[in-house]
Design a binder for this molecule. Structure first.
Ligand code: PHE
Length: 342
């Protein structure tokens, strides 16, 4: 066969093989077949040494252009196959942006968290710091240093969960008063402390063996009962409305003297009397008082130089009043239908 014809037929054959290849591997095989060591082209090249210089040059040029053309074709084909592969992959992964998204359930704060966050915010604006204390507390802080020595009859009011003889689940947030005073070493303090407390109680609509309190403590020179009243009035006006009034009734707590029960005027009927306030016009919400001199002394303060007030707010009670909840157990049942409402 004429060299020219041979090259032509090789070219046709090679083009066909490459055109028909559907995989990169097939293209590479065709390349090896037509340009490799064992190819017909190589055999053709071997005949060159028998040619004249002129003939060698001519054939050499033809072979070179055949090679270049074939190499280009191979490169283009491989590129095309790879593009096609990527496009097919993209098409198979196509996202339909018009499809509706998956509904993610969004949560909300627990009503108790909401109430104490609100109290925290109000008190922070008045310069209170937020303190913290453990729920497993020692008898010394939970009772003794709060002026309730072992055997004191007032301990009976807070039947407790003891863990060892001297450790118990705190029955009130008041031990944080002691912890704060001891840490402040005679300096003035102004703190609130929200947290869980535990009492051995029969659970019913208004009692729970575990509930939340928010303690407040202010100690410094010239702190008076008027400061206590003003502070509580500010808190309750922010929580329940600007026309709310605060009333003190004498009471007893071993760690405060004088001690008071604090009522605020009913925010529903504004003091007229309604079912919420049991026709009283007033709602009882917390215990408070001036820090007992014995407590100050035990914590290393001189009651002649510094005085203080303390209060303990029941968070559940505030939440029940504010949101109209009639059973305290709702707070702890984790029923989303209930919790979603706040
Ligand atoms: N700790 C008291 C209680 O649990 C409340 C209280 C706190 C009273 C601070 C006076 C001062 O009942």
């Amino acid at each position: 066969m004429e060299t020219e014809e041979l090259l032509k037929s090789l070219e046709e054959e090679a083009n066909l093989a490459i055109d028909n290849a559907s995989q990169v591997q097939e293209v590479n095989e065709a390349k090896a077949q037509f340009l490799g060591k064992k190819s017909k082209l190589n055999a053709l090249m071997a005949t060159m040494r028998d040619l004249s210089a002129e003939g060698r040059k001519e054939l050499g040029e033809k072979i070179n252009s055949f090679k270049t053309a074939l190499e280009n074709k191979v490169r283009e084909k491989i590129q095309a196959l790879e593009d096609a592969k990527i496009n097919a992959m993209l098409a198979s992964q196509e996202i339909d942006v018009t499809l509706p998204g998956k509904q993610i359930m969004d949560g909300n704060l627990h009503p108790l968290t909401k109430i104490y966050s609100e109290i925290e915010e109000i008190c922070s604006s008045m310069g209170f710091k937020v303190a913290d204390g453990p729920e497993v507390e020692c008898d010394l802080y939970n009772f003794e240093m709060l002026n309730l020595p072992k055997g004191h009859p007032a301990r009976e009011m807070q039947d407790s969960y003891y863990i060892t003889e001297n450790m118990l689940l705190r029955t009130q947030t008041s031990p944080v008063q002691i912890r704060t005073l001891l840490a402040a070493k005679g300096e003035p303090v102004k703190i609130i402390c929200p947290g869980k407390v535990y009492r051995r109680d029969n659970d019913d609509a208004t009692h729970s063996h575990q509930f939340m309190q928010c303690e407040g403590l202010v100690v410094g020179p010239n702190v008076t009962m008027a400061d206590l009243k003003g502070t509580l009035q500010t808190i309750f006006r922010k929580l329940f409305g600007e026309d709310v009034k605060v009333r003190f009734r004498p009471s007893f707590f071993p760690f405060t003297e004088p001690s008071v029960e604090v009522d605020f005027s009913c925010f529903k009927c504004h003091g007229e009397g309604c079912p919420l306030c049991k026709q009283n016009g007033w709602i009882e919400v917390l215990g408070a008082g001036m820090v007992h001199p014995n407590v100050l002394k035990m914590a290393g303060y001189d009651p002649e130089k510094m005085q203080g007030f303390a209060f303990g707010i029941g968070i559940e009670r505030i939440a029940m009043l504010k949101y109209g909840i009639d059973d305290i157990r709702n707070f702890y049942n984790d029923d989303v239908r209930f919790l979603k409402q706040f």
